[in-house]
Design a protein around this ligand. Structure first.
Ligand code: AHR
Length: 513
């Protein structure tokens, strides 16, 4: 009896809470858009805190199970995400990184101070060979970020020769002596990072000239030519895209960065847990700025590069909160909650909508740092809510985007911040199935929406749901995980397919029939 009453109460709450207007998602499966490049799901790993050392690299002599120094547990979990590429060694770290410090016997490598991140010793145990071993273990592509800060054209050109050279030279012989006969495959190479900030505080025009000059000397064999990336702007800036897309012919892609801070203020960003609903919505609503950033920058590109040769790479994004109390503030350690899972999914939906130009994005960062996939201690690891959002969205890698329109989308409002209640994306995946990704950002209200593909209702949908009781639900080491994917399905009745999205949820489904 008690159980029946509880069920009745739950359905009443559902009925009262559900949106009044008939929300409808209409997908046009016969109007294929651009392919969502798998690199939209790229990752970023910097020499920062325990992001690489401890989080992924423990060294070959460690008791922690590893393959040539890389943690088995972490690599196996990342492989599940089908990580398409890894950007390394930074970030700001790249702006001061000298590649020769990271080759040869590890016990002879110089120890430097990581001046950007906590002032801790950097023993260069992970260098070029170790990085390529990691990407090869992951089956991912390599994105190497060159040093234009304290480096030079000569240093970058020699690094490229060391990595990609085929014939006999002092540098290729050195690579062979260090254990690698075959050249490394460098898929992407960036000239500097955040040239507007930690990469040298330059003006866009000055950097554009620097790029033009340096890129002239970055030579590789033709079949191992990386996509050359210029360091672009931040946030709503468009002047970097303007300067780099006008007459700088060697630019294949422009990198752009934008982080999400709940308060929008660097001096007090907002807490990662225990935050009010006002900071839930301000964080999620920021994704509207991401859309605006891309729209404004791609308009500049469309003007200067109408044949769409230049990619717009959003190669650092994600949440940035106040550091975990008690942690080294230079290590950028923060908790990861359900809010981060929704934030990631909302980003994906925006990136998919701009798939023609946004052919790569890299979340910051892969392990232990900022909005990480995985958090570790020395011996164990936990998969974060963000990891699960990435896992749910893997079918969208290399899928063909499809127009998806929400009718009667409810507005979600807290105080003076508002955003669309539901966000959606649709695509035809490589397995031939039609996938839908949905986010209900409302922290309190569930939503019901009907699904229409063309003019018909599909028979059923089947997939996964990510939600939890609290906005800041998290998966903590040593405690039962609170945010884990659950099965989700719905069947059509009377020619109508209704999806019931719980409050604060992410749903990815395949459409059947
Ligand atoms: O991801 C952390 C830092 O944020 C990166 O090193 C830098 O490029 C950006 O400012």
């Amino acid at each position: 009896m008690k159980k029946q009453l509880a069920a009745l109460a739950a359905s009443l709450i559902w009925a009262l809470g559900a949106q009044a207007a008939d929300i409808k998602l209409v997908v046009n499966a016969d109007q294929p858009g651009p392919v969502i490049h798998r690199n939209v799901y790229g990752q970023f790993a910097e020499h920062l805190g325990t992001g690489i050392y401890e989080g992924m690299w423990v060294g070959p002599d460690s008791k922690i199970p590893n393959v040539r120094g890389w943690r088995k547990d972490v690599v196996a979990a990342l492989k599940e995400l089908k990580v398409p590429l890894v950007r390394w060694p930074g970030g700001c770290f790249a702006d001061e990184y000298h590649w020769r410090d990271g080759i040869g016997p590890r016990n002879k490598r110089p120890v430097k101070i990581n001046t950007n991140w906590g002032g801790v010793p950097e023993d260069n145990a992970v260098g070029t060979h170790e990085f390529f071993d990691l990407v090869e273990q992951l089956g991912a592509e390599a994105y190497v970020n060159g040093n234009l800060g304290t480096g030079s054209a000569q240093e970058m050109s020699e690094w490229l020769e060391y990595m990609t050279g085929e014939g006999k030279s002092t540098l290729t012989d050195l690579r062979r002596k260090n254990g690698r006969d075959k050249p490394f495959r460098v898929h992407y190479f960036a000239v500097g990072n955040e040239a507007w900030g930690c990469g040298g505080n330059m003006r866009p025009e000055y950097y554009a000239d620097q790029y033009r000059q340096v890129a002239s000397f970055l030579k590789t064999p033709g079949h191992n030519r990386p996509i050359m990336i210029a360091s672009g702007g931040n946030g709503l800036q468009t002047e970097w895209t303007e300067a780099l897309s006008k007459g700088v012919h060697s630019v294949n892609a422009i990198s752009h960065h934008s982080y999400t801070l709940p308060t929008g203020k660097w001096e007090h960003k907002g807490a990662a847990i225990g935050f009010p609903e006002g900071e839930w919505i301000s964080t999620l609503a920021n994704v509207q700025h991401i859309d605006e950033i891309i729209t404004k920058n791609t308009a500049v590109l469309d003007k200067n590069d109408p044949s769409k040769k230049i990619g717009f790479y959003f190669d650092e994004w994600g949440s940035w909160y106040d550091p975990d109390p008690g942690s080294n503030p230079g290590f950028l350690v923060q908790r990861n909650t359900l809010r981060d899972a929704l934030l990631a999914a909302l980003h994906f939906n925006v990136f998919h909508a701009h798939a023609d130009r946004v052919q790569m994005t890299n979340i910051a960062q892969m392990v232990n740092v900022l909005q990480a996939m995985i958090q570790t201690t020395k011996t164990s690891m936990v998969l974060t809510p963000t990891y699960h959002a990435f896992a749910l969205y893997t079918p969208f890698q290399d899928a063909t985007s499809l127009p998806a329109k929400i009718e009667n989308n409810p507005v979600y409002k807290v105080g003076n911040v508002e955003m669309p209640g539901i966000s959606a994306t649709a695509a035809r995946a490589k397995d031939g199935k039609l996938y839908i990704g949905l986010v209900n950002s409302n922290a309190n209200q569930p939503a019901e929406l009907t699904l229409q593909v063309g003019s018909a209702a599909p028979k059923a949908v089947k997939g996964k749901l990510l939600t939890a009781g609290a906005m800041d639900a998290q998966n903590e080491l040593g405690k039962p995980a609170q945010v884990v994917p659950q099965a989700f399905e719905a069947q059509a009745t009377n020619g109508k397919l209704t999806l019931k999205l719980p409050a604060k949820s992410v749903v990815v489904v395949a459409v059947e029939g």
